[in-house]
Design a binder for this molecule. Structure first.
Ligand SMILES: CC(C)(COP(=O)(O)OP(=O)(O)OC[C@H]1O[C@@H](n2cnc3c(N)ncnc32)[C@H](O)[C@@H]1OP(=O)(O)O)[C@@H](O)C(=O)NCCC(=O)NCCS
Length: 149
């Protein structure tokens, strides 16, 4: 059973390890620590059997919810964890005052794009060579309508 809750200081080590395993340019523990005191940001973690297996976050920039760091530990992928986390993140983002949401994703990242489309995100364009290590285009996705869960 997946439990979604807010990121706490005790989760930072686990979340940093999952980041480092999943991204070529991962956020550090310090990056996550700074978020804990940022009133405009909300980070959620997913727990399975008491173990942190994923995280995702949103920063409210004048009503625009910028979504970052959506990640699930490799062994726990394909079980609906990202979808559950993101549903909660969108609902909580609305409560924080976000009226639309945006994110970037590598154009080759089919599983992530699939999850985002299932949640209602729509591609609005490509940002060429946005990513490094390896260089790749980003798809820019948006939900323009307020999300009602
Ligand atoms: C993207 C990611 C967060 C998804 O996490 P997850 O917990 O496995 O996601 P879910 O289980 O909720 O959903 C995965 C969906 O992708 C689908 N999928 C898997 N591989 C796929 C592929 N190659 N093409 C299309 N869809 C695919 C699954 O069938 C599932 O959809 P369904 O529930 O409709 O059957 C995870 O793969 C991850 O951490 N990747 C590395 C980090 C990353 O790329 N993050 C996104 C940055 S923008």
């Amino acid at each position: 059973m997946v439990r979604i809750r807010e990121l706490e200081i005790r989760d930072i080590e686990a979340v940093s390890i999952i980041e480092a395993q999943s991204f070529s340019m991962p956020w550090s523990a310090k990056d996550f620590e700074q978020l804990l005191t940022d009133e405009k940001s909300l980070y959620l973690v997913a727990e399975l059997d008491g173990q942190v297996v994923g995280c995702c976050g949103v920063t409210n920039v004048c009503g625009e919810g910028n979504i970052n760091n959506v990640v699930v530990q490799e062994a726990y992928r394909g079980k609906g964890v990202a979808y559950a986390m993101m549903q909660e993140l969108l609902a909580r983002g609305c409560e924080m005052g976000c009226v639309e949401f945006t994110l970037e994703v590598r154009v080759s990242n089919a599983p992530a794009i699939h999850v985002y489309e299932k949640l209602g995100f729509v591609s609005e364009g490509i940002r060429p060579r946005f990513y490094e290590k390896p260089i790749e285009d980003a798809m820019i996705m948006w939900i323009r309508e307020p999300v009602r869960q």
